[in-house]
Design a protein around this ligand. Sequence first.
Ligand SMILES: [Zn+2]
Length: 140
Amino acid sequence: MIKYNLKCENKHEFESWFSDSRDFEKLKNKNLIECIFCQSKKVEKSIMAPRVVNSKMQNKKNEISINEMKKFKKDLQNLRKFVEKNFEYVDHNFANKVREVYYDKKSKKNIYGTTTEEQREELKEEGIDLVSIPWVEKDN
Ligand SMILES: [Zn+2]
């Protein structure tokens, strides 16, 4: 089991359990995840919560989670830097570019960009699985 902090388009935050990370995607694609406050189906994963919190940690919970969040954000910023350095940005043309790279076996290009849920599903049906990463702001 895995717990996700979820956030809807209206910035409501809530928690929900899933059997695994694919479970979330599956339910989301079927529009089975909705905000518990406003029933919006535009729900995104926020950050993963630690599975086990012992009593000692509980006392410092806020402190730890802020530090952890800082660290997490730093990791994401590093990830972003890595991607920007090593991957070619193709923006909204991403879905088409992915196909180009995928079907041209000689091409070893790393690309990144954005897709819609529909494009992502189409690519998945073609056997192209994508990794999505949270994109954090560079500063702050
Ligand atoms: Zn909501």
